[in-house]
Structures are given as structure tokens and as C-alpha cells.
Design a protein around this ligand. Structure first.
Ligand SMILES: Nc1ncnc2c1ncn2[C@@H]1O[C@H](COP(=O)(O)OP(=O)(O)OP(=O)(O)O)[C@@H](O)[C@H]1O
Ligand SMILES: [Mg+2]
Length: 404
């Protein structure tokens, strides 16, 4: 991880819903700050996860430094330079309109337009765009050595990366502009809408902003005529940042079959788009003891899991005498079998990774990872979490002969 956390770098943390993006982004921020980098963690998550994870009462749209007292209370050096901010999606869009619309009446008309409002508040890609625009700003101001971006919950991790390009294509489309500008009468609009291309554009617009009255789309395109080129230009710039040398991506996944399959699909999509995926973290693969073992050099089976295998034999006839003991042993045996299956699945996944993508594994932390102190503790796992696929595969072979 230390290799990823370099001065001048921007790291975007991706992953499907609930896999641990916010936790890992915040912990990486702590690791980077401890390595002496002035670090900012930007979250796009509308829920207050980052704020809660850091144990803050308030987190706003400007970088907020974590104070000395808070750092010291978490056992960290109070002089660390660690900042966090949450993205103001609507604010970022409105700033764009302000910037590209000189006429104040026109500006008001756009800001109050129902289609514009839906576009900027409901469409998941509007967050992605706003995040990239803000990232672009923070990045070009150069106030930080390192920026870590936590992305919003999404069913598909790749959606976040595609949204700006998709939206810019739509706003830039000749058909959309022809269809809705200059302002056309209801009759003329109905005639234009009858064409196949128009139906496609309307469907796409509705996908972005939900079903809207057509006249409000039309009014948006009319009022925003002056701003559209500037907006498209900004969208393209934000998109270009994703492909620039300073940005790299970290994909977080769980170890369940479905999660690994989704991660595999995201890796393929990123490759096709030539986005730089630097590392993959399989979060919560094993418990903390087994993690220590996986990352050590000792050979053989993991001692904790091994002990489970011997339990039945060790308890012998005691199993019959104590009510519930048999069920408990069965529970532990299932736990052990599941742990080995998870490691085996991760091993197979690791083997198929493209060259140059680093693999890391983090454990399920029993005590939880909420609060700055816990995040700092989790950061220690992140510092030493790289694992060679061969190590995971060798764990599989220890299991040979054990019936799961
Ligand atoms: N390794 C871990 N051990 C224990 N708890 C964890 C671990 N990783 C994440 N969690 C917990 O799991 C929950 C979800 O994690 P987190 O909010 O980081 O996921 P996310 O990917 O950001 O979710 P979303 O997609 O909703 O934004 C949180 O309560 C977090 O504290
Ligand atoms: Mg999150």
C-alpha cells in the first residue's frame, strides 16, 4: 500500500455496495498521513459513513482538518496532516451553471428547471460527475500531497467511471440539441419526437433524470444553450483526469462468489477503458488470527483453524455428555470449512489477475472499524496486506485430504 500512497498521487477507491470502500479509503488516509503526507479523503457517499467512521460530529464540503486532540485521543501523532471532506453534489453542479451562464435571469431559469433539478439530484452519475469536478479542483489547487476518493454506493462499481462520459455524450448530442432547441411549439416538438432517434434520446434523458415533462427538458436545453459547451468541456476534462498518470484505482471486493465475479467484470471493463487499476483488496476474507498466519512465513495449516479440526477427537466422549457441545463443535467445523473455501476461492481469483495488479487481503475485524482509533488500527492491516497469489494457493494445498 505504501507504494500507492505517493506524493502527488490520487487514489480512487471503487467497489460494489457495502464491501468496505469508505472504511478502506479512510484507513488509507490515516496510513498516508502517518507516512508524513498531507492527505485528504474525499467522500461522495451521501450517507454519513465517513463522518461516522472518523467519529466526527460534522463534515462539510470543505476539507476539514482532524484536530490534534482528536488525533491524540486515537493514539496518533497530533501533528499529522489529515483532512476529510464530503462532496456537495448540488453545489458542484450549480457552480458549473454559475460559471458558464452570464445572464442572471437565464441562470435562475436553469437552476429552477425541473429537469435540471432531477438531473442533479437523482441521477447517480451526477454524483460521479460532481465528484470528479471537485477532485479536479482540489487536485489543481495542489494543497495536498495525496487525495483518496471514496466513491458512492453502486450496484456496479464501473458505473461511477462511465457516468461523466455518458452524460457529456448525451448533452453534446446533435439530436438532443436539435430536438429541444431552439424552443419549439408543442406541435412541432411532437412531430420531431416521432422520429426514432428522438425517441432514443428522450429514453436516455429519462434514464438520467427520471420521467420529466418534455417541455421542461426543452426549456433546459434552450436556457442552457450558452452553458452546454462549457459543461461538456468540463465533463470531458473530469473524464480525462481519470485517465491521467496521477490517478490510480483501488478495487475493494468481498470474497463471496458473486462479489468476486463482479470484481472480475470490473477489472475487464477497466482494462478495456485503459484505466489504471493498481490494487485489489479482498476485504473480510478471514478472521484476524488467520490473517496473521496468512501474512507470516510459517508453513502448514493455520493454527486456529487446525485446532478446530482436532476438537472432536480431543473432546471424545465428552461430546455426548454435554448438551449442545456437539452443535458447537459442528458450528466451528463449518466455520473452518467456510474459511478454507473462501481462501481457495480467493486463490483462484488471484491467479487470474492481470499482471501488475497487486492483491491485498484484509481481515474481518471483530471489534469493528468505526472510529478514528479503530481505523488507525485497521490501517496497520492495510500496511502489510499485500499477498502473493502463491501464498493463497499454498493454503489450498494444506487443505488437501480434508473433506469440506
Ligand atoms: N474489515 C472489516 N471488519 C469489520 N467491519 C468492517 C470491515 N470492513 C467494513 N466493515 C463494516 O462494514 C460496514 C460497511 O462498510 P463501508 O461503509 O466501509 O462499506 P462501503 O463499501 O463504503 O459501503 P457503501 O457502498 O454503502 O458506501 C460498516 O459498518 C463498516 O464498519
Ligand atoms: Mg461508503
Amino acid at each position: 500500500m505504501r507504494d500507492l500512497l505517493k506524493k502527488g498521487a490520487t487514489l480512487i477507491v471503487l467497489g460494489t455496495g457495502g464491501v468496505g470502500k469508505t472504511t478502506i479509503a479512510a484507513s488509507l488516509g490515516v496510513v498516508a498521513a502517518r507516512a508524513g503526507l498531507k492527505t485528504a479523503v474525499i467522500t461522495v457517499d451521501p450517507s454519513r459513513r465517513l463522518r461516522d467512521a472518523l467519529g466526527l460530529d460534522h463534515l462539510g464540503g470543505r476539507p476539514t482538518a482532524l484536530g490534534a486532540r482528536r488525533l491524540a485521543a486515537a493514539g496518533l501523532d497530533p501533528s499529522l496532516q489529515f483532512f476529510a471532506m464530503v462532496l456537495d453534489v448540488k453545489g458542484a453542479w450549480d457552480a458549473l451553471i454559475e460559471r458558464f451562464t452570464t445572464d442572471s435571469a437565464l441562470r435562475e431559469r436553469i437552476l429552477n428547471n425541473p429537469f435540471y433539478r432531477q438531473l442533479t439530484s437523482q441521477f447517480a452519475g451526477s454524483e460521479a460527475y460532481a465528484a470528479l469536478a471537485q477532485l479536479h479542483d482540489v487536485h489543481s489547487r495542489g494543497d495536498f500531497d495525496l487525495i483518496v476518493v471514496d466513491t458512492p454506493p453502486a450496484a456496479d462499481a464501473f458505473e461511477f467511471l462511465q457516468a461523466p462520459a455518458h452524460l457529456s455524450r448525451l448533452l453534446d448530442s446533435r439530436v438532443a440539441r436539435w430536438l429541444f432547441t431552439p424552443y419549439v411549439s408543442a406541435g412541432r416538438l411532437a412531430m420531431r419526437l416521432a422520429s426514432g432517434a428522438a425517441r432514443f434520446v428522450v429514453r436516455e434523458l429519462e434514464r438520467f433524470a427520471g420521467a420529466t415533462v418534455l417541455t421542461s427538458i426543452s426549456d433546459f436545453f434552450t436556457a442552457a444553450q450558452q452553458a452546454l459547451d462549457g459543461m461538456v468541456d468540463q465533463l470531458n476534462k473530469a473524464e480525462a483526469l481519470l485517465h491521467s498518470g496521477t490517478v490510480s484505482f483501488l478495487l475493494v471486493t468481498g470474497s463471496e462468489e458473486e462479489r468476486l465475479r463482479e470484481a472480475g467484470a470490473t477489472i475487464e471493463q477497466m482494462k478495456a477503458q485503459r484505466l489504471r487499476l493498481s490494487a485489489i483488496v479482498i476485504n473480510r476474507l478471514v478472521d484476524e488470527e488467520t490473517w496473521q498466519y496468512l501474512h507470516g512465513s510459517a508453513r502448514g495449516t493455520a493454527p486456529g483453524l487446525d485446532a478446530i479440526a482436532n476438537l472432536r477427537g480431543a473432546l471424545g466422549r465428552g461430546l455426548d455428555r454435554h448438551h449442545g457441545l456437539d452443535a458447537l463443535v459442528k458450528y466451528l467445523e463449518n466455520y473452518r470449512a467456510r474459511a478454507y473455501r473462501d481462501i481457495a476461492r480467493a486463490g483462484a481469483f488471484a491467479q487470474a489477475l492481470p499482471p501488475g495488479v497487486r492483491l491485498a487481503v484484509t481481515p474481518e475485524v471483530r471489534a469493528g472499524v468505526i472510529g478514528l482509533k479503530q481505523l488507525a488500527g485497521f490501517g496497520r492491516y492495510l500496511e502489510g496486506c499485500e499477498i502473493k497469489p502463491a501464498r493463497l494457493r499454498s493454503v489450498q494445498s494444506w487443505e488437501t485430504g480434508v473433506s469440506l
